[in-house]
Design a protein around this ligand. Structure first.
Ligand SMILES: NC(=O)C1=CN([C@@H]2O[C@H](COP(=O)(O)OP(=O)(O)OC[C@H]3O[C@@H](n4cnc5c(N)ncnc54)[C@H](OP(=O)(O)O)[C@@H]3O)[C@@H](O)[C@H]2O)C=CC1
Ligand SMILES: CC(C)(CO)C(=O)C(=O)O
Length: 323
């Protein structure tokens, strides 16, 4: 059993579908939690608390400290804005507040890893993925709807300071990651600690890229696209597998196809919800990043390229309507 005293202060940057759910659950379990949010959302949460309506965890409202900029050091920074807001969000947490901390991004995609490692050189930035359907229905109000609630942490340690601390008899990086996993299990998530950062990120991309892109393109949930747009779904999935293979990663298409066929038909990827609400979509952070990776390794990905180009046009069109 890990020493539970290593991690005492949890900060969640971006308390939306993912971040608000985790902040609420951690606070409900008695942890010291601060959320860092845009000014109006921070004010709202500080006044009214976080409201969570959850199929998996029950319905509750809980008080949580909320501020627009982090004002005291933290042990764990969970990073969960949309990729489109990441640069601005990161400015709300100064590097000295996370020196020696675990930084745990739950964004989909993979390019955020470099952004966070250069923003927080003194922290241990873990690769992590979350499998959940959770939606911010209003500021500070979260609706979680999926039967699946899993977090994967990849403990590959890139922080020489953390290694030095472990060598000197301090808390090693793996010990803290194990403790974090125990806390996540404690609040009800299925949690796995793995050691392959790239494989962990790309296994999520293998599922997410086809479902998010095709559902958002079709304007329909998974139950519709897995029959009506099956060729596109499997086409994107196969292209992700080919690019990953060039990167030396073996992805399991049968497993991910079975997942896409097995999840509840009404499941909507968060990108589709953004499209429906006229918000910026993570087209570049997901599709664009994937096309850049494909170009780097010299793999043609025509199905994904076509869908990404269409979604960029849609996103550009709605950008003109946004205030
Ligand atoms: N939703 C889901 O089910 C899943 C999402 N993901 C991934 O998780 C990430 C987060 O998605 P999701 O939770 O859906 O996103 P949401 O849009 O629900 O939440 C984003 C949160 O970030 C806040 N925010 C926006 N701009 C800033 C800023 N500049 N500074 C601080 N906070 C800011 C928003 O504030 P405000 O409330 O004021 O708008 C909101 O609370 C994405 O990368 C997504 O792909 C992964 C798995 C599942
Ligand atoms: C597709 C899903 C729900 C899987 O976790 C997801 O990651 C997202 O909506 O962004």
């Amino acid at each position: 059993m890990p020493n539970e005293k290593l991690l005492t202060h949890f900060t969640v940057l971006g308390p939306g579908g993912v971040g608000g759910l985790l902040a609420g659950l951690l606070a409900r379990a008695g942890h010291d939690v601060t959320v860092v949010a845009t000014e109006p959302t921070a004010e709202r949460i500080a006044a009214d608390g976080l409201r969570v309506d959850s199929a998996a965890f029950g319905d509750f409202t809980i008080e949580v400290a909320a501020e627009p900029e982090l004002t005291r050091p933290t042990d764990v920074l969970i990073v969960a804005p949309k990729a489109t807001a990441l640069q601005d969000a990161v400015r709300r947490v100064a590097p000295e507040m996370v020196r020696g901390a675990l930084v745990v991004p739950l964004l989909n995609g993979f390019e955020h890893m470099d952004v966070l490692r250069s923003a927080y050189p003194g922290a241990q930035v873990l690769a992590a993925t979350i499998w959940v359907e959770s939606t911010r229905v209003a500021p500070g109000h979260i609706s979680q709807t999926s039967p699946f609630t899993t977090v994967e942490l990849a403990a590959a340690n890139a922080d020489p300071d953390a290694n030095a601390a472990a060598d000197a008899g301090g808390a090693g990086p793996d010990e803290r990651v194990d403790e974090l996993a125990a806390h996540l299990r404690g609040i009800g998530f299925t949690t796995e600690v793995r050691d392959d950062e790239q494989l962990t990120l790309w296994q999520k991309v293998h599922f997410l890229m086809p479902t998010a892109l095709v559902c958002s393109h079709a304007g329909a949930p998974i139950g519709v696209v897995r029959t009506d747009r099956r060729a596109d779904l499997l086409g994107v999935m196969s292209e992700v597998g080919q690019v990953a293979a060039r990167l030396g990663l073996t992805l399991d298409s049968d497993r991910v196809t079975a997942m896409a066929d097995g999840i509840p038909p009404q499941t909507k990827p968060s990108m589709l919800r953004d499209r429906e609400a006229g918000r910026a979509m993570e087209v570049d952070a997901l599709g664009g990043a994937f096309l850049r990776a494909a170009r780097r390794v010299g793999v043609d990905v025509p199905v994904t390229a076509r869908i990404v180009a269409d979604l960029e046009r849609v996103d550009g069109g709605s950008a003109q309507q946004r205030p």
